[in-house]
Design a protein around this ligand. Structure first.
Ligand code: 4AD
Ligand code: MG
Length: 480
């Protein structure tokens, strides 16, 4: 039996007039009683291949089950196309329906569906142009991430998904237990006795692989993780998922400036990779975004996608301190006119997404790295600056999404770290091993976390993280 050829290969082939086997899903069918035209897609490219079926001898009935969504096999000849819109097509000698699509019930019709409707049909939305494009771009970005680090001598390490620590100290952990919740054993104080649980201690799904990655970096020199991360924050926003993927490099002998350099170079590299390797998909997504925004007034529209991506790879990111950012925000128009939901007054306040987006989209009009944040709004592990007020933290903010990276130089001094942990009620006995890293051969080191879905949102121009992960997990939603 002849092997199938993928459609992406056929479309660029100049080896014509040969027998081919194509398999895929029907996008559309049109034609008349003499000839049928099928647009077929197999996921290898956003483009369809045209299948031409001569119905003169076979009869119209021959392709009655070839309806949108059906899986078919076509045996035929690859030929130059006479029609416009494609250079090659397949003249079918045989069309075999592998799986009917039951057109009365099949939800994905060849028309525009809302993104909300498609989320409810996440198992089928891969079949739309938008989601196939998004998922191919997502794959390419993941590949580029591994390539970037591998080529620079970083080791990919896998940090635990089940852990006993809350790395960010934000208390947004999902518990992991083997107890029957209706009859969990209690201790003599009436609390749940985790000593009897599966791991003999309280455990949760990880919110970050950073702490364990630090252990790796303090021996392997430079490492990165790329894994699933879980946060039970009850925020129903277009930027938050309860289950998301995070890339976390950790580098020994690096300070906050090295960390910012790495984040910027890395982001530009993976975007450049996508621009070079996902041309058709990004062109499609560029048009999609323009179409989506065409009813908006000019000043409400975002920069065209490809223009934005090229701009980001060609221009340096702006770097300013948190203190400088507060100055800009305090004196900006929307703050003075009380247009912000949260007004910017005090140094020390946490920045909201509206502030981050103002800096990036209105003030600087490019990605911004904010660094040296007040220590009170950041995690315990960050390096304390000499001013006694700030830590060597940095966030990368991108247009349209806000924070995509959060990172820092780490506190390498044992005593300073212990003191900060006490101040912030981080239990030392649980993190004894983390403190050991400062006891045995401590060294300056730094790292960051990039939210993968936020990067994919940025690169695809999609407006919501729920539309760039195949099966999103959000509050009250774990379907599929
Ligand atoms: O800023 P965060 O909380 O930093 C850390 O977890 C550090 N331990 C990382 C490190 O230094 N190794 O999270 C890092 C990034 C954010 O900038 C954001 O892009 C993403 O993870 N992120 C989320 N993405 C989707 N849904 C959520 N609920 C997210 N929370 C954080
Ligand atoms: Mg953060």
């Amino acid at each position: 039996m002849m092997k199938r050829t993928r459609i992406n290969e056929l479309l660029i082939s100049d080896d014509l007039d040969r027998e081919v086997v194509v398999k895929g899903w029907v996008k559309t069918r049109r034609g008349n009683k003499h000839v049928g035209f099928i647009a077929l897609n197999d996921g290898s490219t956003i483009k369809n291949i045209q299948i031409v079926v001569d119905l003169e001898e076979k009869g119209e009935e021959y392709i009655k089950d070839v309806t949108t969504g059906a899986a078919i096999q076509v045996n035929g000849t690859l030929t130059a196309s006479e029609g416009k819109g494609q250079t090659v097509e397949v003249k079918a000698s045989e069309v075999i329906v592998l799986g009917k699509s039951h057109p009365d019930e099949y939800p994905i019709q060849p028309k525009k569906h809302t993104l909300e409707f498609l989320r409810e049909n996440a198992h089928l939305r891969f079949r739309t142009n938008t989601f196939s494009a998004v998922n191919r771009v997502r794959h390419n970005l993941a590949f580029a991430i591994h390539k970037y680090f591998h080529e620079r001598g970083y080791y990919y390490i896998n940090t635990p998904i089940i852990t006993g620590s809350d790395a960010e100290g934000a208390g947004e952990c999902f518990k992991v237990t083997n107890f029957d919740l209706n009859g969990a054993p209690t201790d003599d104080k009436g609390g749940i006795d985790y000593a009897q649980d599966f791991f003999g201690k309280e455990t949760n799904l990880t919110v970050s692989g950073q702490l364990e990655a630090e252990a790796g970096a303090m021996a392997l020199g430079q490492v990165y993780t790329f894994g699933p991360t879980f946060r039970a924050e009850n925020s129903n926003t277009s930027r938050h998922l309860a289950e998301f993927w995070m890339i976390e490099p950790e580098v020994a002998f690096a300070d906050i400036n090295d960390d910012m350099d790495l984040a910027e170079d890395f982001i530009q590299y993976v975007i450049r990779f996508a621009l070079e390797n996902c041309k058709d998909d990004l062109e499609f997504l560029d048009n999609r975004l323009a179409d989506e925004e065409k009813q908006l007034p000019q000043d409400k529209r975002s920069m065209p996608l490809l223009e934005k991506l090229n701009f980001v790879v060609e221009n340096d990111f702006e770097r300013i301190t948190y203190t400088e950012a507060i100055d800009i925000l305090r004196n900006c128009k929307p703050n003075k006119k009380k247009k912000f939901q949260y007004l910017v007054e005090e140094w020390g306040m946490d920045l909201q997404s509206e502030h981050e987006r103002y800096l990036v989209e209105k003030h600087f009009k490019k990605p911004v790295i904010l660094y040296n944040y007040p220590k009170d709004i950041k995690a315990f592990y960050m390096k304390q600056n000499d001013d006694g007020k700030t830590v060597a933290a940095m966030d990368v903010l991108a247009p349209g999404i806000g924070e995509i990276v959060g990172g820092s130089e780490r506190e390498a001094d044992l005593v300073k770290l212990q003191t900060r942990m006490k101040e912030m009620d981080v239990p030392e006995e649980e993190l004894w091993w983390y403190l050991d890293l400062r006891k045995f051969g401590t060294a300056p080191h730094a790292g960051f976390g990039l939210g993968f879905e936020r990067l994919v949102v940025f690169v695809t121009g999609m407006g919501n993280v729920r539309d760039v992960i195949p099966f999103p997990r959000t509050p009250k939603n774990a379907e599929f």
